[in-house]
Design a protein around this ligand. Structure first.
Ligand code: FES
Ligand SMILES: [Fe+2]
Length: 450
């Protein structure tokens, strides 16, 4: 029999109603504050390989759309309902220069121009009086990106540094989640979860050293939020920096990294966007990095597992049995189970939640800036290269007798990040060389020696 506990101790009744979600940060349809903010960026909408000879129905930011590739190689993204009588263009026919509606044959160009209205009498100008909803599209490295915002605000396409590395191959993948975008996006700014979810609570999912509590510092800089995670692994100090670039672009280092061997400025293993499909569905659409730049021995990961609803590390898709997922919970279970839209008002955040507090605060500030007629924060770029700072550096720096190791880790982290930012006026190989040179000086720095 249960121990008798006084009735007044229980408070389930008082908490039975879940508070509503934070609409300002989570709702993304046309005209919503967050939706309008998202519409100021180029966002990936689908993997190139998903587009075959048929039009593909998709949902992005609460809008139903159809994406297609014409036989002459152009990509189009149109509102799904035909401008004539609203039949869905997913049942249309892709032609050389556009998409033809199945119902009465209206033909649309990739820019929404009505090219033909074949049922109208000869000489009809009907087609000249209608323009169909369309968005500009760019295909890049196996992903199709769209700009869905006001035409006069269209930004340059972001060519991030990590997408142009000579010794890295980018392999696209895409995973859908039945929940709001923010709770999936926040995961990167919750670095402490790696210790518990991925190492201590049930299973060790990734590197064997991930159960070590890192020293974590969050930084804000140029529209980005960084976390540095620094680990003492025997006589090595491993400094990982990962970042979220607003609104939802993030990069993280190799998930197999254990911080045991010396290395400098090794870049992202995952370059990803969390894209809202609507308020209660989202996707991670991303590249996994392969090649000597990220994996010199060529022994980690499996590119054949990266694709639609699939990636080469476990726990991201929720496809296993319910019982298996209960016994071996992973990222998917932790994120999706927060609810269709997480209720922030029911959370009780602590000091380890600083990253997502920063993220929410920064998002709110940006959303409000756009809402009041401003522009999103400009990204750091040199020429046409957009600079990011995700990296792993592992330095042979043993503990210094008489010095608290926590203090040493903090000083080495600061030195590493100073070196990483020292390349901010450069691009390409010049920047990489400069940063690596600066990083290599750290292990000889007298401050970090016995
Ligand atoms: S509804 Fe599309 S052509 Fe008539
Ligand atoms: Fe995780």
């Amino acid at each position: 029999m249960n121990r008798v506990i006084p009735a007044g101790v229980f408070n389930g009744y008082q908490k039975a109603v879940r508070p509503p979600e934070d609409m300002e940060l989570t709702h993304v349809g046309p005209g919503t504050p967050c939706g309008e903010y998202f519409r100021r960026f180029w966002v990936p909408i689908v993997m190139t390989r998903e587009i075959g000879d048929l039009p593909l129905r998709i949902r992005i930011l609460g809008e139903d759309l159809v994406v297609f590739r014409t036989s002459d190689g152009n990509y189009g993204l149109l509102h799904i309902h035909c401008s004539h009588r609203n039949a869905s263009l997913e049942f249309g026919v892709v032609e050389d220069c556009g998409l033809r509606c199945c119902y009465h044959g209206w033909l649309y160009g990739v820019d929404g121009t009505v090219i033909e209205t074949p049922g109208e009498p000869a000489g009809s100008t009907r087609k000249d009086t209608v323009k169909h909803g369309a968005y500009p599209v760019i295909e890049y490295q196996g992903l199709v990106f769209a700009y869905m915002g006001p035409p006069d605000k269209q930004p340059d396409f972001p060519y991030y540094d990590t997408t142009r590395l000579p010794d890295v191959e980018l392999v696209p993948y895409c995973i859908h989640y039945p929940c709001n975008w923010l709770q999936v996006c926040e995961n990167t700014m919750d670095p402490y979860h790696t210790v518990f979810l991925h190492a201590r609570v049930t299973d060790v999912h990734f590197g064997s050293t991930w159960g070590t509590m890192p020293e974590v510092v969050f930084h804000r800089r140029d529209g980005k939020i960084y976390a540095t995670l620094t680990y003492r692994i025997d006589d090595m100090i491993w400094v990982r920096s990962q970042e979220t670039i607003l609104p939802s672009f993030s990069q993280v280092g190799a998930f197999w990294e254990e911080g045991k061997t010396e290395k400098y400025f090794v870049r992202a293993s995952i370059t990803k966007w969390t894209i809202p499909l609507d308020d209660t569905h989202c996707m991670i659409i991303a590249w996994r990095s392969f090649g000597p730049g990220i994996d010199p021995e060529g022994v980690h990961g499996d590119r054949t597992l990266c694709g639609k609803q699939s990636v080469d590390f476990e726990g991201q898709t929720g496809v296993e049995s319910y019982e298996y997922r209960q016994r071996h919970p992973n990222d998917y279970e932790a994120q999706v189970s927060q609810g269709h839209i997480n209720a922030h008002a029911a959370e009780n955040l602590g000091v380890t939640d600083q990253g997502l507090i920063y993220l929410r605060r920064a998002l709110r500030k940006e959303i409000r800036a756009v809402q009041s007629g401003g522009d999103p924060c400009a990204m750091l770029r040199v020429d046409d290269e957009w600079l990011t700072h995700v990296q792993d550096t592992v330095l042979p720096i043993p503990p210094v007798p008489g010095k608290e190791d926590k203090v040493l880790l903090k000083e080495v982290t600061d030195a590493v990040m100073e070196a990483v930012f020292a390349g901010d006026h450069l691009s390409g190989q010049q920047r990489i060389d400069r940063i690596k040179n600066e990083l290599k000086k750290i292990k000889h720095d007298a401050r970090f020696k016995a």
